[in-house]
Structures are given as structure tokens and as C-alpha cells.
Design a protein around this ligand. Structure first.
Ligand code: G1P
Length: 294
């Protein structure tokens, strides 16, 4: 697809949630790490709400064993609703309604073996079909007045092609992420000229890291089909994207908000503190408590 081809709407989003979450043992032994709460919402809900804000209509979850509770979270619970209604708890029913996906707008498929992020995304190929889609890595929780994916959609609606959100990281941390090389500026973003998954510091083309939000054309599935294993012996989405960039326009856009890696203890705790401070109901008291603790 050339940049001048018609720009097709992005209606579906893929959420890979099959990871074991070993960094959160023992908590993640029976509770998926995506269901741990940042203040009072599960981590997965932040990414789904961000996608909804960006206009996504269908939510595709790539799950694994022991993740069934994620499916329950997005279903209706009649007994709970009846109990809340009988107790006149309208405010709590409103909370449930606010986060309830419409019937028929969620799909679940399983990644049957831990073969990497690229393989997880490939598992969604039949559900996504032949249309562009968003990919959100739920561990990365974003905090900003306007969602990261919404900002990317603004760029996509002008450029088409493929878009990845990036942010600057400490040069010491490049080996933890996918890193991109920046080319010429385009509307609201820049051309990507290279990408490398978890490079050594001396091999990194920049300190712009891929923060876990993507808009991709469906051609990525064809490339993932025969993608060889890369960093960590896993099938990497970054490697397939680099090949796709040889065929199609590929752009980066810098996200200006906060990103918390809730796959790590530090990031998870920082997210809890930051969101709790931001909220009207918890902000003042948490600020006081933090002052006392410090
Ligand atoms: C994945 C991606 C990487 C990206 C990162 C963001 O890595 O492969 O390119 O920078 O997510 O969190 P993972 O964290 O799954 O190792």
C-alpha cells in the first residue's frame, strides 16, 4: 500500500494478554497480571478504555491458560447487577455500565505456546481479517489528557500506512525495548528508517523506544507467518515490522504523556501512585499519606 492509497479506518484492536507475569509471583500464580489493579481498575481496562476513546469498535484478546477471568471481566454479571439494584446502588451500576463493552464487540483467542509477541499477534489474524488494526500492549499503562492511540489516529488519518508510538528512554535502558531510527518529519510524526528489538547500547540507532502502541496494516500477518525467531529466541513483532517497512510507509510519533511499565513492580507501583494522586477522590488523601511516609 502506498501513502496515497485510500486510508482505511482502524476498527479493531488486539490486546496480547497471554504472558505468564512471573515478575509478579506469587500474585500472578492464579490472578492474571493484567487483572492486578491500578487504584481500582484492572491494568487491562486502561488499554481497553484508551482504545475505546480512540474509536475502536472491536476488542480482540489473545489470552492463554489461567486467563479466563479476563473474559469474565468484560462480561455482564447478572447476580451482581441484581444485588446492586436491590440495594439502590445506582452509582456502582453506573461504574459497571461505563466499562461494559457492547454485546458482540469482544473476541478471545488463545496463544497456545509462549513463542513471543509476534506469534501472539499472529494468533489474532483470523479475527482481525484484512483490515488495519491497533495493537496495544496492556502492561504499558498511559496517563495523558488525550490517549496515546487517539493521538496516533490523528496522524494515521493524514498519513495512512503503519504508525508506532515512541518515547525517549535512558540510553542505559535501550536493551529492554524495541528501538527505532528517526528519518524525515511528516505530519505529526516522522519516517522510521530502522527498528531493532532489544539492541545492545552500542548498537542502538537512537534512544527512541517503542512504547507498546501500534497501528498496523494486515500485511503484517503474512510476514509473521514465516518470521524467524529473534531476540530472546522469540518471534518478535519488531522484526516483522522492519520487513513490512520495506514494503509500506512506516511512521513514528512521539507520545508526550506518562507511560508506566506495569509488567515491572516499580512501574506498577508508580502507576498506582500517579493515578491515585491525579484523581479527585483519592488525590488529597494520598498526597498527605505520601508526605507522612517520606
Ligand atoms: C515488547 C516489544 C518491544 C517494546 C516493549 C514495550 O517487548 O517487543 O519492542 O518496546 O514491548 O513494552 P517486551 O516488553 O514484551 O519484552
Amino acid at each position: 500500500m502506498a501513502a496515497s492509497s485510500p486510508i482505511r479506518p482502524v476498527r479493531k484492536a488486539v490486546f496480547p494478554v497471554a504472558g505468564l507475569g512471573t515478575r509478579f509471583l506469587p500474585a500472578s500464580k492464579s490472578v492474571p497480571k493484567e487483572m492486578l489493579t491500578v487504584v481500582d481498575m484492572p491494568v487491562i481496562q486502561y488499554a481497553v478504555s484508551e482504545a475505546k476513546e480512540a474509536g475502536i469498535e472491536h476488542f480482540v484478546f489473545v489470552t492463554g491458560r489461567n486467563k479466563a477471568v479476563i473474559e469474565d471481566h468484560f462480561d455482564i454479571q447478572p447476580e451482581l447487577r441484581d444485588t446492586l439494584a436491590a440495594r439502590n446502588k445506582q452509582d456502582m451500576l453506573d461504574v459497571l455500565d461505563r466499562y461494559q463493552p457492547e454485546a458482540g464487540t469482544t473476541s478471545f483467542t488463545r496463544q497456545q505456546a509462549p513463542k513471543g509477541l509476534g506469534h501472539a499477534v499472529w494468533c489474532a489474524r483470523d479475527i482481525v481479517g484484512d483490515e488495519p488494526f491497533a495493537l496495544l500492549l496492556p502492561d504499558m499503562v498511559m496517563q495523558a489528557p488525550k490517549g496515546c492511540l487517539s493521538t496516533m489516529m490523528d496522524v494515521y488519518n493524514k498519513t495512512g500506512g503503519n504508525i508506532i508510538a515512541v518515547q525517549e528512554c535512558d540510553p542505559e535502558e535501550v536493551s529492554s525495548y524495541g528501538i527505532v531510527a528517526k528519518g524525515a518529519d511528516v505530519e505529526g510524526g516522522f519516517e522510521i528508517t530502522d527498528m531493532v528489538e532489544k539492541p545492545k547500547k552500542e548498537d542502538a540507532p537512537s534512544n527512541l523506544y517503542i512504547n507498546g502502541r501500534y497501528i498496523l496494516q494486515p500485511d503484517i500477518f503474512r510476514l509473521l507467518e514465516n518470521q524467524e525467531t529473534g531476540a530472546g529466541g522469540e518471534i518478535q513483532i519488531t522484526d516483522a515490522m522492519l520487513r513490512l517497512a520495506g514494503e509500506q510507509p512506516f511512521f513514528g510519533t512521539v507520545f508526550e504523556g506518562n507511560t508506566f511499565d506495569c509488567g515491572s513492580k516499580e512501574g506498577f507501583i508508580a502507576a498506582n501512585v500517579s493515578f491515585a494522586l491525579e484523581r479527585d477522590d483519592t488525590g488529597p488523601i494520598i498526597r498527605e499519606m505520601l508526605k507522612n511516609l517520606l
